[in-house]
Design a protein around this ligand. Structure first.
Ligand SMILES: [Zn+2]
Length: 242
């Protein structure tokens, strides 16, 4: 099993590194496929949950290869353009892109929370990209005034500079914390007793295995680009961060 470095906990202690910000790490190759390697630990995010795969570099004494995609297929596979020549490698993320995903993903939680509290509409789907992202809401048909209120609601939370904690929580405790929240815990199989939680203090709490920033102040400003109907009662919001 690969140790996933960004899944470590962070509960606001500024003297500890927030695991989402690990850009470089040392690891050993534990398996080689034809075009991929498996590592004993990684900070690369594998495609999933509406967040794209990280890309980056694996470096070794005298050479390097590009990590073009990371996929989770039972194991975490780092697809490379050339095979590393040593067992020990240093992983380096393409940080600008990853940090953009972290901001966009955190903004999605804020947006989903604001829409739920204003309109009681839930998040039906989402896709993060580095330059723009989208969230689908149901049941709702937004007016232009609604969108202006949603945008201002998000930016008010950003201005308040709210900390974002990540940790594991038992299902029962989380169920109590999430009462009246946007996310329906029953959507996660009952067999999972401990969940990885993203907690934007007093704003939103939700199970999520993605990567996020440590404070909403890092998001800049949410700007809604467009609203599109995606069928009966489903509206899509496309946004960017300025
Ligand atoms: Zn998330």
């Amino acid at each position: 099993m690969t140790e996933v470095l960004y899944m470590e906990e962070w509960r606001g202690d500024e003297s500890l590194q927030n695991p989402n910000y690990i850009q470089e790490f040392d690891a050993n190759i534990t398996k080689r496929g034809e075009t991929f390697v498996v590592l004993d630990k990684t900070a690369f995010y594998a495609l999933g949950g509406g967040q794209p795969s990280d890309t980056g570099t694996l470096k070794w004494e005298g050479g390097e290869s590009r990590v073009q995609e990371v996929l989770k297929k039972g194991e975490i596979r780092h697809f490379v353009d050339t095979m590393p020549e040593t067992e020990q490698v240093q992983g380096v993320l393409d940080w600008d892109k990853r940090y953009a995903h972290m901001k966009m993903h955190t903004a999605q939680h804020v947006l989903s929370s604001v829409v739920f509290k204003m309109f009681n509409a839930r998040t039906a789907g989402n896709q993060v990209h580095a330059d723009h992202s989208r969230v689908d809401f149901q049941p709702i048909t937004f007016t232009d005034e609604d969108l202006a209120r949603v945008e201002e609601g998000c930016n008010e939370i950003i201005r308040r500079a709210v900390p974002v904690h990540v940790y594991e929580e038992g299902r029962a405790v989380l169920g109590e914390k999430m009462a009246d929240q946007r996310y329906i815990l029953n959507m996660i199989p009952k067999s999972i007793s401990r969940l990885r939680v993203v907690d934007i203090l007093d704003v939103d709490i939700c199970p999520c295995a993605g990567t996020h920033v440590k404070n909403t102040s890092e998001l800049g400003k949410v700007h809604i680009l467009e609203r599109r109907s995606k069928g009966k009662d489903i509206d899509r919001i496309v946004y960017e961060l300025l």
